[in-house]
Design a protein around this ligand. Structure first.
Ligand code: 5GP
Ligand code: MN
Length: 342
């Protein structure tokens, strides 16, 4: 048995909303990852079993390595099908907001989401959810929204409606948000749930391979170049920095997702406590940060890079040049030292 963590009153409210609704929209954060897509699709499959009319609308396109997930091709990306997406939000009587904590995380869809008259249910594991949903199931102590969706479904007595397709989607998000169970993955319930998903017929090795072993030659070369030529270590500050300019990205035929796990690589050096990656995306500088232990990178992203996230994985968007972003990074090294274990 897994531990009981969800509040009964929230489950009761959600059950009532589900009984009364017909048209459901599920949405998640911009640049969706395995957890955002996994939790959305898992909910989608179970609601389909219940006979609901349900659609997933994402703010933008899915990364290619998630397109194999069952149901992924039915997803409506707002950047491609704006009018259809708008219509779905307008006709919905219930909206699930999964894996994000604030309307701005759905990017250009925020207005459409907020204006919809549908009841909104937030299921998420990011800190400090903004007050925009009718039912808020927020558990920052959970390693993934997928884990939370599994728990919600169980408490709604829908365990039997979790079919193999839903199980595959849940496992994928649990896996990607914990770096394949290498961080935030001490909770014993994770492994009890994995056992249940295996009994539902998932093949975890196949899922790992589909999500992680899909790299193109150019991606591998870009990452190799970034590590060998662009990684700067600041051992006295226990930090690593990697930057990639537009020219470098173009030279290696960069495609969205190609630098997905680059920021993690320097963390495998024992002396490095946190790692920062900056990519020039023209419109802004995309900043990604990762850390080990108690060192919080979301504080850095919130304060200096217009973003946020979790203690050990956070990101943001810097409005300015790459050089300016590096300047900010350099200027806060001393301040960050205060939070390091020496
Ligand atoms: P990544 O570095 O993979 O883009 O993001 C890591 C985590 O940081 C994400 O799961 C998300 O929680 C958070 N994150 C990334 N970018 C942003 C951002 O622009 N704003 C906020 N609030 N969080 C972000
Ligand atoms: Mn997540």
């Amino acid at each position: 048995m897994i531990s009981r963590v969800l509040k009964e009153n929230k489950i009761r409210e959600l059950r009532l909303l589900l009984e009364r609704c017909e048209n459901i929209v599920i949405t998640c954060h911009v640049s969706p990852d395995g957890d955002a897509i996994g939790s959305s699709l898992a909910m989608y499959h179970v609601l389909n079993v219940l006979g609901k009319n349900v659609k997933i609308v994402t703010p933008d396109m899915l990364p290619k390595n998630l397109l194999f997930l069952p149901g992924a091709k039915e997803i409506v990306p707002f950047t491609k099908y704006g009018d259809f997406g708008r219509q779905l939000f307008a006709n919905a009587d219930l909206i699930f907001c999964l894996d994000f904590n604030a309307p701005y995380r759905v990017d250009k869809m925020a207005d459409v989401l907020l204006k919809s008259k549908a009841k909104k249910v937030l299921i998420d594991h990011h800190l400090d959810p903004e007050n925009f949903a009718d039912v808020v199931i927020s558990h920052p102590e959970m390693s993934s929204t997928c884990l939370l969706v599994f728990r919600v479904l169980c408490r709604l007595e829908l365990f039997n409606q979790i079919n193999k397709k839903a199980a595959e989607c849940i496992y994928t998000g649990m896996m990607t948000d914990t770096g394949n169970f290498t961080y935030n993955s001490e909770d014993p319930d994770i492994y009890i749930i994995i056992a249940e998903l295996l009994k539902k017929g998932i093949n975890k090795d196949y899922l790992y391979s589909k999500v992680c072993n899909t790299h193109s030659e150019s991606r591998i070369r870009l990452n190799g170049y970034a590590v060998s030529q662009k990684m700067q270590l600041f051992p006295e500050h226990q930090v690593a920095l990697i930057t990639l300019t537009q020219d470098e990205l173009r030279k290696y035929g960069y495609e969205k997702g190609d630098t997905e796990s680059l920021v993690n690589i320097p963390l495998s050096i024992p002396e490095i406590t946190y790692s920062v990656f900056m990519r020039d995306d023209v419109e802004y500088i995309k900043v990604s940060t990762r850390s080990k232990g108690d060192f919080a990178v979301n504080r850095i992203c919130e304060s200096y890079f217009n973003g946020g996230g979790h203690k050990n994985a956070a990101g943001g968007e810097f409005r300015g040049t790459l050089d300016e972003a590096v300047g900010v990074f350099m200027s806060i090294l001393d301040e960050n030292d205060k939070y390091l274990k020496k």
